[in-house]
Design a protein around this ligand. Sequence first.
Ligand code: PHE
Length: 357
Amino acid sequence: MSDLRAKYLTAIAGAKDEAALEALRVQALGKKGEISLAMRELGRMSAEERQQAGPRLNALKDEINAALTARKQALTDAALDERLRGEWLDVTLPARPRRQGTIHPVSQVTEEVTAIFADMGFAVAEGPQIESDWYNFDALNIPGHHPARAEMDTFYTHRAEGDDRPPHVLRTHTSPVQIRAMQAQGAPLRVIAPGRVYRADYDQTHTPMFHQVEGLAIDRDISMANLKWVLEEFVKAFFEVDHVDLRFRASHFPFTEPSAEVDIRCSWDGGTLKVGEGDDWLEILGSGMVHPKVLEAGNIDPNEWQGFAFGMGIDRIAMLKYGIPDLRAFFESDLRWLRHYGFAALDVPTLHGGLSR
Ligand code: PHE
């Protein structure tokens, strides 16, 4: 019996894999295995012999089982060790240097504008870029025959043949968000709505897609004086100067009454655009007191509430602040341009940290 023990324990210790272990198990403990056969012999022994051999055989069976289990665990551990060694990574190595992306000036300026108006209590509102003609025009007091529809060089979407509903438009301004914000939040209200707008126009200061930020303040007692103060505070904070020349020109928009357009003093000397000096003016926004019909379209009672609104060109003020002469370059994705005018990813504008560095 000690022969059997030595034979199996040695073989098990040397087994190379699970298949070899299984073969040994069958050879020793399977139905016709050596140990099983020896146990069957017990029946033919005398009671005395059996009392000796029985416990020894049982013990040997347990010992072989334990050896099989232990060897199997050892093989599994070794396989895991080897895998881990193959997948080892030196996490103390320095990171691979990567080309840095930059924040586009439009994104940067949008953040700056949002920070300034947030400080004055304006929340951010949003609306879709593909808009119904009701929100983009009718609700803003621009009926179907109104010349403003043609003036805006609107992009229309297609309707299927036989579908008579009016087509959707690519919103020509952020003003439809005024209506959506009024409907969703009611009065009083103080929101800005930055976003993309679209018009079929293309030259040094116009691109078919550009960015506006809408402003809307509604309360019981709001006047043009509030509008003027808010815009002047904004412009001083944005350009980080104590004084900027603004020109309020009487104007006309169907959705405001009275209306004013605002220009900012600038110069184009030597092809660079500078704000606050020179004899040129660049129009940066349209504004006015919200028309009663527009309040009504937003489900707000014009007898109880009034407000001001403005729509400002984000790209325009970005050009002015950062001296970028041609608007078209904003959207050409030229890497040299982006590296030159882009902002570092961690350069997040805050009022306390300084808007731009
Ligand atoms: N929506 C106008 C435009 O796109 C700007 C504007 C907004 C004017 C709000 C007055 C009030 O030109």
